[in-house]
Design a binder for this molecule. Structure first.
Ligand code: GLC
Length: 673
């Protein structure tokens, strides 16, 4: 270790355990390097109005020349089902961090999407912990490959914004382990430099003071050996946080002073403080390495475009109206009316402000289609700009065209931190506009900008095509134009269920009683819920169309051990268009002595397959692919018997399946993990 704790006075040590201002940490009277921690999952929030910001005082003109790149949201990354995309995303943001001297990026968030209403769902990956965990793990690896730290957040059960500082998320231990800590357990294998604890309580104890969670589970069982930082103002009683092994309290408040009093009163010892200080010194040392960004601003923008292309989900394409080829096309696109442009992300700490205007969608489509098309555009406005969509203008123009590309959706004032949505439908003005335009033109293509599930049932039957754009970052229009015109073949699939109605959802609009949010649905969230209740959904988890067609065949399951298997299968692109296919591996335990989901995701793969060709996909299964957390044994447990291995194009489009039988020695069953 470069730093010797013995060279620090007690007050210098205490100063290291809380922030200096909002984003920086102490230099302990010049004895250590202070750190800069900044948001967020979609790129750097450089907070130019904050005196701590590296760009404080810059004019907008100066800022526009250096501003960080707004990458696609983690919602979009999850919809790409491509871990390499997540890695590249993190790697790109890390270059901005290096240029701005940021030591730790406060991302990614892996909270489960328990309710589609959660305002921060755009920051999170999925309703499934396996998908969320693996995407987050790659994102972390991408950032930290550049020697920039990350902060895996918010640990744990911060699944709603309503009353997040005070409400207690309540669930049994099996639910916590199988659903709410499981994504962290997978992502921690990338050894994030920090984990951020959540605001809320878990079963009555604040996350920041929850020793079972922070020390026993995260450190002891998951093997996390980094620093635990509080969410901003998530600490309450400093000594209780130290006892729970929280290391760093952000931002500055009366934390060090509180610890000093606790030492003087004999509540905690200097040795307990030293353990926390050692974690901080280790983090500081990790940041003191040579770092060089490897990309230009233009290259980062191009990566943002490419990753957005990977993430779009084609939900409907009746009469193969897409890709667009020719004719008179009206584009009703979000336009920059001074302070709003196309929604590229959600609101709050994850918001990345881009001063440079986005390229216009109509011009990009015109460029792609050339002489074959006559493209015109009409302004549409995001709802929160309070200039509600100019329906008449759009409708009048609609009837004079062969097709209409209609951009609708939410923006950062509808989906963001500190508030939840009240429903999951589009704003009434946008719904009305879709229906009115559809009356005038039978070829309507709807592009939905949103950060989480949207109930499209009121209008989806009236339009020919729907693309889920998501919150896709600053390259959204370049990526969307290429997708609409067939230069990009959409390959995303849903990382969360789109229900027919919020009434069908497990947590629905319920916000708890102001004290407790009781997770009564247990492990049955997302597709686990809709499968258990045998409910129809608008679009299932894992669903997405392509301009290609794929067939699945030749499932092979090779046994390597009683709970170790190698599953392989063939995917053939039977179309004349090259494309990528996301295939999913689900495991089902049809006869179990505990309630279990109908199926659970235990593997996935995205493969590029040229037209007319086939590729074999191979995925492993291991003990945890079959196990559940047994409350009586207090451990992960595989019950002997039949298991069904399913390969799906979505969770409700199972193409191949085969049963295997596990017969573990009864004694061995009780000793695993
Ligand atoms: C916020 C968020 C957290 C963010 C931090 C710093 O309240 O919950 O995700 O990183 O504070 O802005």
């Amino acid at each position: 270790m470069k730093y010797d704790i013995k060279n620090l006075t007690l007050d210098e040590k205490l100063s290291l355990l809380e922030g200096v201002g909002n984003w920086r940490t102490s230099n302990a009277n010049g004895k250590v390097k202070p750190l800069l921690l900044m948001d967020g999952p979609q790129g750097l929030r450089i907070a130019p109005t904050s005196e701590e910001s590296p760009v404080y005082g810059m004019s907008n003109e100066e800022l526009a020349k250096v501003e960080p790149t707004a990458m696609p949201s983690c919602f979009n990354l999850a919809n790409s089902w491509n871990t390499e995309a997540a890695y590249l995303d993190g790697n790109t943001i890390a270059d901005d961090c290096i240029d701005f001297g940021v030591d730790v990026l406060l991302a990614p968030g892996v909270n489960m999407k328990r309710t589609a209403l959660c305002g921060r769902n755009f920051e999170y990956f999925s309703e499934d912990p396996y998908l969320a965990g693996h995407m987050a793990k790659s994102y972390i690896e991408g950032v930290q490959s550049k020697k920039v730290g990350t902060s895996l957040k918010h640990f744990c059960m911060n699944n709603r914004e309503h009353d997040r500082f005070h409400i207690s998320s309540e669930a049994d231990e099996r639910t916590i382990r199988e659903i709410y800590t499981s994504a962290f357990e997978i992502a921690v294998k990338a050894q994030p430099w920090t984990v951020m604890c959540a605001y809320n309580l878990i079963n009555g104890v604040y996350a920041a003071e929850n020793k079972w969670l922070l020390n026993d589970v995260l450190r002891g069982e998951f093997g996390f050996d980094g620093l635990i930082v509080s969410d901003w103002r998530a600490t309450r009683e400093p000594w209780r946080a130290v006892k729970a092994t929280l290391d760093l309290c952000m931002p500055k408040q009366e934390y060090a002073a509180g610890l000093r009093r606790a030492i003087d009163e004999g509540i905690i010892t200097e040795a307990e403080i030293d353990e926390r200080v050692e974690r901080m010194l280790a983090l500081i040392e990790k940041t003191e390495v040579e770092k060089k960004s490897a990309t230009t601003k233009q290259e980062r923008h191009e990566r943002s475009v490419e990753l957005a292309k990977e993430s779009f989900v084609l939900l409907k394409n009746e009469d193969s109206i897409l890709p667009l080829r020719k004719g008179k096309i009206l584009v009703a696109e979000f336009t920059d009316n001074g302070f709003h442009h196309a929604p590229i992300g959600g609101g709050g700490s994850a918001k990345v402000d881009v001063l440079n205007p986005l390229k216009k969608l109509d011009g990009l489509i015109a460029e792609n289609l050339g002489e074959a098309a006559e493209v015109s555009s009409v302004d549409n406005f995001v709802i929160s700009s309070r200039i509600v969509a100019r329906q008449a203008k759009i409708i009048n123009r609609a009837r004079q065209n062969d097709a209409v590309v209609l951009c609708v959706g939410n923006d950062h004032e509808i989906e963001g931190e500190a508030f939840d949505r009240q429903n999951i439908r589009l704003d009434a003005a946008h719904e009305r506009m879709i229906l009115n335009v559809a009356e005038q033109n039978e070829n309507v293509i709807v592009c939905v900008f949103a950060g989480s599930a949207i109930d499209m049932s009121p209008w989806i039957d009236k339009v020919k095509a729907v693309i889920l754009v998501g919150f896709a970052g600053e390259g959204v229009h370049e990526a969307l134009a290429d997708t609409l015109c067939g230069l990009n073949n959409p390959s995303g699939k849903l990382s969360e269920t789109f229900p027919l109605s919020l009434d069908d959802a497990p947590a629905g609009a319920y916000e708890g009683n102001g004290l407790v949010d009781s997770y009564d649905e247990g492990i049955f969230i997302g597709y686990r819920w809709y499968d258990k209740k045998k409910k129809e959904v608008l679009f299932p988890f894992g669903y997405g169309l392509s301009y290609s067609k794929f067939e699945y065949s030749d499932l092979k399951i090779e046994k390597k051990g009683e709970t170790d298997y190698e599953v392989s299968y063939l995917i053939t692109n039977t179309s004349d268009t090259d494309g990528s296919e996301v295939s999913q591996l689900y495991v089902s335990d049809p006869v179990a002595m505990v309630s279990r989901p109908v199926k659970e995701l235990k593997g996935f793969n995205k493969t590029f397959i040229p037209a007319g060709e086939s590729r074999r996909v191979t995925l492993p299964l291991n003990f945890r692919s079959f196990a559940y957390y047994n409350l009586s044994l207090k451990r992960w447990y595989v019950e002997n018997g039949e298991f069904e291995i399913m390969i799906g194009a979505s969770s409700r489009d199972i193409r191949l399946s085969e049963s295997i039988y596990i017969n573990l020695d009864e004694r061995e069953q009780l000793s695993q993990e």
